[in-house]
Design a protein around this ligand. Structure first.
Ligand code: FES
Length: 71
């Protein structure tokens, strides 16, 4: 009870969303460039919806499960 999930990174590559956001604020990158440089989204891909939400809202810590959307 009272437990709360906290998702703050790409777990496959141990990249914090806050660090990724800082890098993107300095120089915007496409998802392909993020994959090539940081690895994120290149393994299980579960970080992709969080990175997309981060791009939209600036959030870097999430408390809900976001499901990857295929398209
Ligand atoms: S959590 Fe980012 S590729 Fe798996």
């Amino acid at each position: 009870m009272g437990s709360r999930i906290e998702i703050d990174r790409c777990v496959c590559y141990d990249v914090r969303f806050s660090d990724l956001k800082r890098a993107l604020d300095e120089r915007p990158r496409t998802n392909e460039e993020i994959r090539a440089e940081f690895g994120c989204m290149d393994c299980c891909g579960m970080c992709r919806p969080y990175i997309e939400r981060m791009r939209e809202t600036g959030e870097t810590v999430f408390h809900q499960i976001l499901i990857p959307q295929d398209a």
